[in-house]
Design a protein around this ligand. Structure first.
Ligand SMILES: [Zn+2]
Length: 87
């Protein structure tokens, strides 16, 4: 596979000949989207743009994503949908 880049992220050429980032493709697969909705973004949990393993990518709302980068906080727990906390 040719090494392509899009916005400084590793990318590949999709069927429609457009460049697509690996992490958005992985995110689509992981979360079952054909295309990631505009208000959502795929974030690299460990901050490494080249680490596109399933465990390292998370789908976030754009607002939460911005907050994470602004505060440089990679603590994802705080933005995950809370599960039932009752025992
Ligand atoms: Zn991010």
């Amino acid at each position: 596979m040719k090494k392509l880049k899009k916005w400084d992220y590793p990318a590949y050429e999709a069927k429609d000949k457009k460049k697509k980032t690996i992490h958005s493709r992985m995110g689509e697969k992981k979360y079952g989207y054909d295309k990631i909705p505009k208000d959502l973004v795929i974030h690299h949990i460990d901050g490494d743009k080249n680490n596109n393993q399933y465990y390292n990518i998370i789908l976030l709302h754009r607002k939460d994503h911005k907050r994470i980068h602004l505060t440089k906080s990679l603590i994802i727990k705080s933005v995950q949908p809370s599960k039932e906390e009752k025992d």
